[in-house]
Write a protein that binds this ligand. Sequence first.
Ligand code: TXA
Ligand code: MG
Length: 311
Amino acid sequence: MLDQYINLLKSGEVVAFPTETVYGLGADAKNPDAIKKVFEIKGRPSDNPLIVHISDKKQTEDFASKISDDARKLMDGFWPGPLTLIFEKKPQVLDIITAGLDTVALRWPKHPLSQQLIARAGALVAPSANSSGKPSPTKAEHVKEDFGDDFPVVDAGETDIGLESTVLDISSEPYTIYRPGAVSAEEIKKVIGKEVVQDSNSSQDKTAKSPGTKYSHYSPAAKVQWISSGDDTTFVEDALYLLHNRPAPQKSTRVIHYKGDFKKMAHELYDRFRHADHQQLEFVFVEPFSNDQLRNPIVEALQNRISKAIG
Ligand code: TXA
Ligand code: MG
């Protein structure tokens, strides 16, 4: 089933594939022309570096100049899985991947199809497989929506987690989380016995160490807004409501109540955003999270993505 996609990748073409987080837009990490196509297809600014996806720990040696004891602990603890690690790069890592930085982001995804693809085609760069600025794709249909019906996608249905990986910079101390995801700061601390710093809100900061965080992201055309706390929700007709705790204003297919199931909310969020646009809704209203709920890493990641969609 994968043969045709492997042939495409080996001949310098771009192929979308599923990971456990979101679909990625894959290209051969050793082929600068193929990687250039990724930037062109997405409309991605060239100063935003890409994650290299690998399929075993040994492959980090092809890209990282130094693999510390902490790095090994993190790789043993969380790979394969939704944790991207930023290392000092080897000189031979292509500049187009790292946007000229002296670091490189590496991730070993968990999805069996991504693992087979990488094991057979070699390391792949893979940003999320959406047009720049759109919500990340969690279904093959989302990829086709952005890049056309004929775009090559390894279709494995819906991705599991639905939000992108945690990005952790371990190239210098203190280690810094640039993007929260399913792997939490708490879990990371437990594995390495060190504090990690959170720096996921460097929006508009031109000196941001992780260039991707300065771009607006994940936004549907509909305006995303938090429901102000305390407000009784008055029901607006052309809006989608995403609730998790407070009572629903009324029964409607436009009121989605997660009843505290934040995993499900993360799994569906980007699909709901896209669906709101299909229905040409004007607003997406989201119930804010409490400090208590924010202790859950998935809720923290949800809060980060929703805030970015609000802009
Ligand atoms: O879950 C994921 O990580 C998905 C799947 C496909 O693996 N990929 C993904 O890639 O979300 P992308 O390109 O959409 O987001 C990668 C983020 C960007 O914010 C980028 O700026 C940051 O990682 N990044 C990549 N290399 C970096 C580096 N060397 N230093 C700092 N940030 C880096
Ligand atoms: Mg992305």
